[in-house]
Design a binder for this molecule. Structure first.
Ligand SMILES: O=P(O)(O)OC[C@H]1O[C@H](OP(=O)(O)OP(=O)(O)O)[C@H](O)[C@@H]1O
Ligand SMILES: Nc1nc2[nH]cnc2c(=O)[nH]1
Length: 211
C-alpha cells in the first residue's frame, strides 16, 4: 500500500482552514470535545485553539476515550522503517471511556453539542462504534433523569483531519452525518502521521515533498 507523510504544519493549517470553511462554530456550536485516542488527541487540542479564537469563548473541554482497531503488521526484525501500514482488526477495543452517571460523575452529556475528534476516518468502524456507545450513554443519562430517549436533544458531530474516499464498513446515523466535518478527503493510501515519527526532520521533509 502506498504511503503519504503528513507534517505537523500541514495538520495545523488544515485544521485552521476547516474551522473557517465549515463555520462550524456558528453551525454546530460544539461545547464538548470527545477525542478518540491516541490519534485524536493532538488534533483535538489544535482544534480547540481555533474554536476558541473563532467563537471568542472560553476553552471547550476535551474528554478522552481510547479505542483501538488496528494491529501492527509483522516487520523484519532488522527493519527500521517508520509508518508501516497496519491492518484493521475485527472488533474495536474499548480501552478508556467517559466517567459519568454515578455520584462521582464528571461528565454530563445531556443537552450538549458533542464533537467527536479523530485523525482519520478509514473504514469508519471506529467512528461508528464511538457514536453507538456515546448514544447508549446519552440514553442511560436520559433514563436516569426520567427523560424519554432523545428528549435531551443532545447532538453529536464529527471532525476528522482525513477522510478516505472508499467503501465504509461502519455506518453513521443521518443526524450525525449532517454534522460531519472532514478537513480533507483523501485517496486510500496509508497516512503516516508526525507523532509516529522517530526522525521528525526526515518525516517533515517527506511530507513537504508530498511523499
Ligand atoms: O476508520 P477506521 O478503519 O476505524 O480507522 C480509524 C482509526 O484507526 C486509528 O486508530 P488505531 O486503532 O490505529 O489506534 P491509535 O489511534 O491509538 O493509533 C485512528 O486513530 C482511528 O481511530
Ligand atoms: N496512521 C494511520 N492510522 C490509520 N488507521 C486507519 N487508517 C490509518 C492511516 O492511514 N494511517
Amino acid at each position: 500500500m502506498s504511503k503519504l507523510h503528513i507534517s505537523y504544519n500541514q495538520i495545523h493549517k488544515l485544521i485552521s482552514a476547516t474551522v473557517d470553511k465549515y463555520q462550524f462554530v456558528e453551525n454546530f456550536k460544539p461545547d464538548l470535545i470527545v477525542a478518540i485516542g491516541g490519534g485524536g488527541f493532538i488534533p483535538a487540542r489544535i482544534l480547540r485553539t481555533f474554536l476558541k479564537s473563532a467563537s471568542d469563548r472560553k476553552n471547550i473541554p476535551i474528554q478522552a476515550i481510547g479505542l483501538n482497531l488496528y494491529e501492527e503488521l509483522p516487520t523484519h526484525q532488522d527493519s527500521d522503517e517508520e509508518g508501516v501500514p497496519e491492518k484493521p482488526g475485527q472488533v474495536v477495543q474499548k480501552t478508556q471511556w467517559l466517567n459519568f452517571g454515578g455520584s462521582d460523575s464528571l461528565v454530563s452529556l445531556l443537552g450538549r453539542r458533542i464533537l467527536i475528534v479523530d485523525e482519520v476516518d478509514d473504514t469508519r468502524k471506529t467512528l461508528a462504534y464511538a457514536v453507538d456507545e456515546l448514544r447508549k450513554d446519552i440514553i442511560k443519562q436520559e433514563e436516569l433523569r426520567g427523560m424519554k430517549p432523545g428528549e435531551s436533544n443532545t447532538q453529536i458531530g464529527i471532525f476528522v483531519i482525513h477522510n478516505k474516499n472508499k467503501e465504509k464498513l461502519g455506518v453513521l446515523p443521518e443526524d450525525v452525518m449532517a454534522h460531519y466535518y472532514p478537513a480533507a478527503n483523501m485517496d486510500d493510501v496509508w497516512l503516516v502521521y508526525p507523532w509516529d515519527a522517530i526522525d521528525i526532520d526526515t518525516h517533515t521533509e517527506k511530507a513537504e515533498n508530498k511523499q
